[in-house]
Write a protein that binds this ligand. Structure first.
Ligand code: DON
Length: 570
């Protein structure tokens, strides 16, 4: 197996530095290369589980389900069985599939459930405890994927996850950094502290994290599948705990939950076909809208992170997010003008509104307030030796979701209800402003930004990618695609390159704190154009695979921003 440790500095910076300090940085970090199969996730052990399944003869879907369960163990902040997500599948026979296993609002949910009697938002109500929890979709999503498109049994693909939960795994610095984010919350609940803390204190590098309850739950799911989760012991444990603790979940919510098989959203960019996430994700629509806008600008000629090129990219983000925030919601409940938003004509119209030499104040965009969200999630990408490819982004929303574990189930439940517009027109805690299309209704799915995506060349995958990061998922995916297609960066450099983000409101442009995104000269020019920048801690974690169309070689690029992640191939 060929794997690499995560590099400490972004590779393209290393390339730069190596130019000046040849001896210190002689070998810039590179993507992992393999011939037969590649798995890139945010936890190295999960990537290895994926490769193990591929080596056993499983296809990319088998491996995707195995990885999904393994991440629920080794990446408990984000990998999950208590949340939901999306799976984009390309089969070697040419068929493309999109599975929607996004959570649903409980049937007893209502538009005012997070407001006090004055109509004001009650802090934390949509993010912590049982009222934050949407009906989970992951187990049913994985089941459908495996049954319809996999080749192995549930027991086979779940075995590695069960072993990791039962025997435990050794925590590395990246794991500790993420667990640390939950310490204060873990300390408040004895049941959670007993597993995720060591005698009440944070784990240290080298400690072993064992999750016996989770192992038991996974064994039960391996035996009973969807029935056990949605109608059996697991649903009962969650409903009982929810009722005891002010929640509204019922057995009917679980019994009625359904996964949807959809057609991926399709658009094109410079002759490449782009497959991405349709509503209830906003990701594919916004990505396609931005790519359409940008297609007519000479980005490559203008240069990587040049002021003029970046001006166009930021404006594309601003216009696309204004639409995303106002016009999209669960298509089972609201009409989404997808065809218009991803048309080339609409992009041409927007380009006419973009100034050559100055930024557009967001307030001038003829759109009214709307949507938002939140930080945490995980993405992984896989390709097998037959040419099947899978991109999965799934989430419990924030790190460790609602900080709720039902009974002895051993897994965190999501706080996905916070992805709804708890009060339309008002910014949530992350600054996005949400609208009516995404208001709460019983059984509705909250709008998502998750953007599992494939860029296709001659109907075969060229890039398989996605990211966590709330709304920044969409811009992270966009920038990575541009970095590869327009700026010619290799996949690792493309993933690692510093990021910027604009989401219509607030008005400013977020830039990653370090390393510097724009040169001093480009920053000055952009400021003259009217841009204001706000430094932000690093965001997103793009886990991507590039498939060389000539040689068929697979290159895995795992984001340095999640140091416990890695690419594994064979
Ligand atoms: O579905 C969504 O868009 C959000 N729940 C995703 C949250 C997220 O990516 C947080 N990750 N860092």
């Amino acid at each position: 197996m060929s794997t690499i440790k995560k590099q400490l500095v972004p590779s393209f910076i290393a390339i730069f530095l190596s130019f000046f300090f040849a001896s210190a940085f002689a070998v810039p970090p590179e993507a992992v290369t393999a011939k037969n199969g590649m798995v890139v996730t945010e936890q190295q052990l999960a990537s290895e589980v994926g490769v193990q399944i591929l080596r056993q003869g499983g296809n990319a879907v088998d491996a995707a389900v195995a990885v999904g369960y393994a991440l629920a163990v080794v990446h408990p902040c984000c990998g999950n069985i208590g949340g939901g997500g999306f799976m984009l599948i390309h089969l070697a026979n040419g068929k493309n599939i999109f599975l929607n296993f996004r959570e649903k609002a409980p049937l007893a949910a209502n538009a005012k459930m997070y407001l006090n009697k004055n109509g004001d938002l009650i802090p934390d109500k949509s993010t912590e405890g049982y009222l934050a929890v949407g009906v989970p979709g992951t187990v049913m999503g994985f089941e459908l994927a495996l049954k319809k498109y996999g080749t192995m049994t549930r027991q086979q693909v779940m075995a590695p996850a069960i072993a990791l939960a039962e025997k435990g795994f050794v925590l590395r610095p990246g794991d500790i950094a993420i667990l640390d984010k939950g310490t204060a919350h873990f300390q408040r609940q004895a049941k959670i502290a007993a597993v995720f803390l060591k005698k009440g204190k944070p784990y240290q590098v080298g400690d072993r994290l064992q999750q016996k309850d989770l192992a038991q739950t996974l064994r039960y799911i391996a035996q009973t599948g969807v029935a056990g989760f949605y109608k059996g012991k697991i649903a009962k444990a969650i409903v009982e705990d929810s009722q005891k603790n002010g929640g509204i979940l019922t057995m009917k919510d679980f019994a009625q939950y359904k996964v949807e098989e959809l057609t991926p959203l399709v658009c094109s960019y410079h002759g490449y076909q782009v497959l991405s996430a349709p509503p209830p994700s906003s990701g594919g629509v916004a990505l396609c809208e931005m790519l359409n806008i940008l297609e007519a600008y000479p980005l490559k000629k203008l240069g990587f992170h040049s002021s003029q090129g970046s001006h166009y990219i930021i404006e594309a983000m601003r216009f696309a997010f204004a639409d995303r925030n106002n016009k999209l919601g669960d298509p089972d409940f609201v009409k989404n003008p997808v065809t218009t938003l991803i048309s080339k004509e609409y992009a041409a119209q927007i380009r006419k509104e973009i100034y050559l030499d100055r930024s557009t104040p967001s307030s001038l965009l003829p759109r009214s307030p709307s949507h938002a969200e939140n930080v945490n999630t995980t993405h992984y990408s896989l390709v097998d030796k037959w040419g099947n490819a899978v991109a999965v982004t799934y989430t419990i929303n924030r790190f460790f979701g609602s900080y709720t574990i039902a009974g002895r189930t051993g897994f965190f439940l999501n706080d996905e209800m916070d992805d709804f517009a708890a009060k339309p027109g008002f910014a949530n805690q992350f600054g996005l402003v949400q609208g009516e299309a995404n208001s709460i209704q019983p059984g509705k799915r909250p709008l998502s930004s998750m953007t599992p995506t494939m860029v296709m060349k001659a109907k075969k995958p060229l890039i398989v990618l996605g990211s966590p990061g709330g709304p920044r998922i969409i811009s992270s995916v966009l920038l990575t695609i541009l970095n590869i297609l327009d700026y010619g960066l290799d996949v690792q450099a493309a993933v690692d390159a510093p990021r910027f983000h604009q989401q219509w409101l607030p008005e400013w442009v977020d830039i990653e704190k370090e390393p510097t995104v724009f040169s001093a000269a480009a920053t000055e020019k952009l400021e003259q154009m009217g841009y204001r920048f706000k430094k932000h801690v690093l965001w997103g974690a793009v886990e991507a695979i590039f498939i060389d169309p000539q040689t068929g070689l697979l290159y895995g690029g795992s984001d340095y921003r999640r140091p416990s992640g890695g690419a594994a191939g064979y």
